[in-house]
Design a protein around this ligand. Sequence first.
Ligand SMILES: Cc1cc2nc3c(=O)[nH]c(=O)nc-3n(C[C@H](O)[C@H](O)[C@H](O)COP(=O)(O)OP(=O)(O)OC[C@H]3O[C@@H](n4cnc5c(N)ncnc54)[C@H](O)[C@@H]3O)c2cc1C
Length: 409
Amino acid sequence: VTKARVLVLGSGFAAFSFLRAIDLRWYDVTIVSPRNHFLFTPLLPSTAVGTIEFRSIIEPVRIAKGGVQYYQAACSGIDFAGQTVRCENALDDSVFTLPYDILVIGVGAANNTFNVPGVTEFAFFLKGVSDARAIRQRIIDCFERASTPGLPALDRKRLLHFVIVGGGPTGVEFAAELHDFIDEDLQGSFPLLVGEVRITLLEAMEQILNTFDTALSEYTMRHFQRQRINVVTGSSVVMVEETKVYLKDGSEIQYGLLVWSTGNAPQSLIRSLTLDKSNNHRLLVDEYLRLPAHHNVYALGDCATFPHQNIPATAQVAQQQGAYLARALNRAATRKHVGPFRAKDWGMLAYVGSNRALADLATVKGRGFTTFLFWRSAYLTRLVSWKNKILVLFDWFKTLVFGRDISRI
Ligand SMILES: Cc1cc2nc3c(=O)[nH]c(=O)nc-3n(C[C@H](O)[C@H](O)[C@H](O)COP(=O)(O)OP(=O)(O)OC[C@H]3O[C@@H](n4cnc5c(N)ncnc54)[C@H](O)[C@@H]3O)c2cc1C
């Protein structure tokens, strides 16, 4: 029997859960992604300060499932009529073409800079492992540089100002992790500097954590106040320079580290496709996750949405979509039908620092230490492999006993 050729673009939540569930008895599967691993993003902010190590939350694509072909490349164009994709090798300039019978687009989203000048050049994003590693390095840099003898007080003050733009879950969790790092580890190593450290969280709207229940968002504001994290709402950044951000009201803020976390923009591939898209530039798909104009092409995760209902750009939705599509294709291979995709709401969780977390579930709104234990156990169960689960558990224990490593390597 000749198997249908399934080509998957991406190695994120959508692609990875698809890969795990697709039945290779019926399909020849090829993955193309510039990232050769799956990344469990919900724990990425923890790696940026060393609570968890980078390699504990990634899983190589090549070992995820035997019998699947993988190429480390980015798709740069799709010929829908000829059923081929154009790929650019991620490691050199070579270009190649791959054919498909079924195409699964799961390329995720890029960082949204809102076209604010200077962001791309000077801010750090928090999207991939290399971002988290660069942030971790920069935090230590700032402390080491701030302890230089004879450094003017104003320079020291600037280096020890950590500014985060975006009060969504990622910005909030990073601020919380940074606070813990400074409070629990850097206090001992830089006793003369910690008193001068400031963390500022800038949010353009009137509230942080807008997608969470209002009471939980207000709790976080009070909790951050106690932790001396300065939350500034209603303030948009209009320009970024190497050491300074400018706000809409004309004020300026000097910084040592700037982390930019203001949501999603389309990936260049999605931008280049002349297909129907939503207002926020996601591909429009039907209830079976197909492109209406090409029924052998599916789009999942952050890069796709429904025409009349904006699907949340979250890991849980992407994961459910990947598993749904694999099941649908497996059943189609034996001429069985699967109904339309329906997302289940598993609720939202966020870490807010000092062993406190939030849980916004359909039935319960939790916060505090017990919710923190729930947050940890929920993520431990959602990690994709036993190796990751054991490594993360070990990292948490290591951090509790020995603290986070502050070496600059
Ligand atoms: C720091 C952080 C924390 C988060 N925390 C949570 C959370 O707690 N809960 C939650 O539900 N969601 C969370 N999210 C959101 C979640 O990560 C995304 O919604 C989810 O990853 C979307 O899955 P995806 O498969 O669509 O895209 P991704 O997981 O982003 O994967 C996209 C893949 O496509 C690849 N790719 C990109 N361009 C191309 C191309 N041209 N060709 C081929 N491949 C390409 C990428 O390399 C990547 O492998 C978080 C996100 C971040 C950044």
